[in-house]
Design a protein around this ligand. Structure first.
Ligand code: NAD
Length: 543
């Protein structure tokens, strides 16, 4: 146990490298890209320090180059979930007993490994496995993941610092116990940082974790495990398994020692998980914590006073970076008719210059979408819009999967503000625009608020303070992350804690103290230095 009130390092956001031609980081990254593609990566499950393989071996390939194999993983079944839960529970007593500053040191060290010797490798893996440009990978796999780890250590220390007040003869203390069982972390394909944060946040707070990444993110997930091991994380604290989602979900929700799920993914899957947990409530020793950040239908609304060029840049970057596969991606826009012609001209000019292809060609702004189901879902929306009387395809609309899952940046103009692509999450490079009467700003804010079940991110563009104030007030429940004169993507850990409400999740704000509070169970301790020695109170005396 520590003999001192240790202070943790003050967290700072990791600087984003430019990867400009001639830079050292660019040549290191190119070398890593070459090295990674010159050998096949074998990705077993990692359970209690053991590598677990099955006969069901499956290939991993880049979404932008379908005939190249990067490596393979092994699909497991329910028995592997059980194995991982057992491994986690067996290390739990030791991990919980370890001093908090030892846990902090492991994850701080992991952050330094990510931003130092592993930076090029984790970026290369994210670029190849998830089809991200170098910039998109750098802000995700290197910077955001390190930020999550460093800020979470600081937030943990701040939580531990918060103590109740004491009175004469009484000393009150608050102890933040880890949960009494295992936490299940379920992560999506689109962010390497989320993938690392969801298992590590509960583990940092002293919990043991079974982690099931999306198989489409396994190539970089494997490196996260390598980094955690190199940082000294004891075996069994985080166990990585590859099983079908519903198989893992069933074993998790039916286990008596299941104490929480840390989920990021689609709304549809989260609702299924919530139901399965509810159905099994009688089995659980503890009420499980259910934390889920889910889908979005993120908006940009421009007032008639908006600065057109800044607005158009926000639309282009917000909608098309990482092929629109960000939960925060701008996918519906409400634009005033007085500015529409200028906006349209500039937006179409921008889109004409967008290059799409492999992330290894640094001149590309866009790459491929993640897999065949995503490709089919997104192109379904495009095809229906092409046939609809209520829609006009202003840009893009083309797609091709002969080499990789490529979909052009697509802009749909609709006359129906409730058209399906104004309401539903597409999760691809598709932006739908509704042009409104510039004198109906107030009504359009109401329309926006009532159009979609989601409430994740959104932005208002205006140079008029009254219009900004009105949007902030009327859209108070429409977005958990609200932007003024900025694109609705690119939240930074410690600066804009991230998460939404309504169908977008439980809004536990990953990368903030609020999230870490979900992974502890406080114990209030009172010590009385002068307890009474007589049960009778003075009011009971006759005189
Ligand atoms: P997904 O819901 O398909 O998968 C998420 C995880 O759940 C995967 O590991 C998957 O295998 C698993 N899973 C699937 N079915 C399951 C079941 N029945 N029981 C238990 N687990 C199951 O999500 P995805 O396609 O990987 O990611 C994209 C989604 O994630 C989008 O909807 C996006 O908006 C959302 N997302 C949200 C945020 C946020 O912070 N709000 C961030 C990133 C992504």
């Amino acid at each position: 146990m520590p003999k001192g009130s240790f202070k943790v390092p003050i967290a700072e956001n990791e600087p984003v490298y430019s990867y400009a031609p001639g830079s050292n980081e660019r040549s290191r990254l190119k070398k890593s890209l070459e090295e990674m593609q010159s050998a096949l990566t074998d990705i077993p499950m990692q359970v209690g320090g053991m590598e677990v393989r099955t006969n069901d071996q499956r290939e991993i390939f880049p979404p932008h180059e379908l005939d190249r194999v990067l490596g393979h993983y092994y699909m497991g079944d329910a028995s592997h979930v059980e194995l991982a839960i057992d491994a986690a529970l067996s290390v739990r007593p030791k991990w919980q007993a370890l001093s908090w500053h030892q846990r902090a040191a492991i994850f701080l060290r992991a952050a330094d490994l990510i931003t130092g010797p592993y930076r090029a490798k984790i970026n290369a893996a994210t670029m190849l496995g998830q089809s991200k440009t170098v910039h998109q990978s750098e802000i995700d796999a290197a910077c955001e993941l390190a930020d999550f780890l460093r800020f979470n250590v600081q937030f943990m220390a701040e939580i531990y610092d918060q103590q109740p007040f004491s009175t004469k003869n009484v000393w009150n203390k608050m102890e933040q116990r880890p949960l009494e069982g295992f936490v299940y972390a379920l992560t999506p394909f689109n962010f390497t940082s989320i993938s690392g944060n969801l298992p590590s946040a509960p583990a940092l707070m002293g919990n043991v974790v079974v982690w099931k990444p999306a198989t489409t993110q396994l190539y970089s997930a494997n490196i996260i495990m390598e980094i955690f091991r190199a940082a000294g994380l004891p075996e069994g604290v985080i166990n990585m398994i590859t099983v079908p989602g519903p198989v893992g979900g069933k074993v998790m929700s039916q286990h008596p020692d299941f104490v929480g799920v840390h989920f990021t993914g689609s709304t549809e899957v989260f609702k299924k998980i919530w139901k399965a947990i509810g159905d099994n409530v009688a089995i659980h020793n503890t009420y499980p914590k259910i934390v889920g950040e889910t889908g979005g239908k993120d908006f940009i609304i421009a007032h008639k006073s908006a600065h057109v060029k800044k607005l158009v840049t926000a639309l282009t970057r917000g909608a098309f970076e990482y092929q629109g596969q960000k939960c925060s991606a701008a996918s519906r826009a409400y634009l005033p008719n007085n500015l529409w012609k200028d906006i349209k001209d500039l937006l179409l000019q921008d889109i004409k210059t967008i290059k799409m292809g492999s992330p290894e060609d640094f001149t590309n702004f866009m790459n491929a979408v993640i897999d065949k189901p995503a490709f089919e879902k997104i192109t379904g929306y495009i095809d229906r819009a092409k046939k609809s009387d209520e829609c006009e395809i202003l840009a893009g609309g083309g797609y091709d999967r002969s080499k990789g899952y490529f979909i052009e940046p697509t802009v749909i103009l609709t006359s129906n503000p409730k058209y399906e692509s104004m309401q539903e999450e597409i999760f691809g490079p598709v932006l739908t625009i509704y042009v409104y009467d510039k004198n109906k700003y107030n009504e359009t804010l109401t329309l926006l608020d009532e159009t979609s079940p989601y409430a994740l991110t959104g932005a208002v563009f205006s140079q008029d303070r009254f219009a900004i104030e009105l949007a902030s007030r009327k859209l108070v429940n429409a977005a958990g992350n609200f932007y003024i004169n900025d694109k609705p993507t690119g939240a930074v850990v410690g600066q804009q804690p991230f998460g939404g409400a309504r169908a977008s999740g439980t809004n536990d704000k990953s990368g903030s103290m609020l999230n870490l509070l979900r992974w502890i169970s406080p114990r209030a301790i009172k010590e009385n230095f002068n307890p009474p020695e007589d049960y009778k109170y003075s009011f009971m005396e006759e005189r």
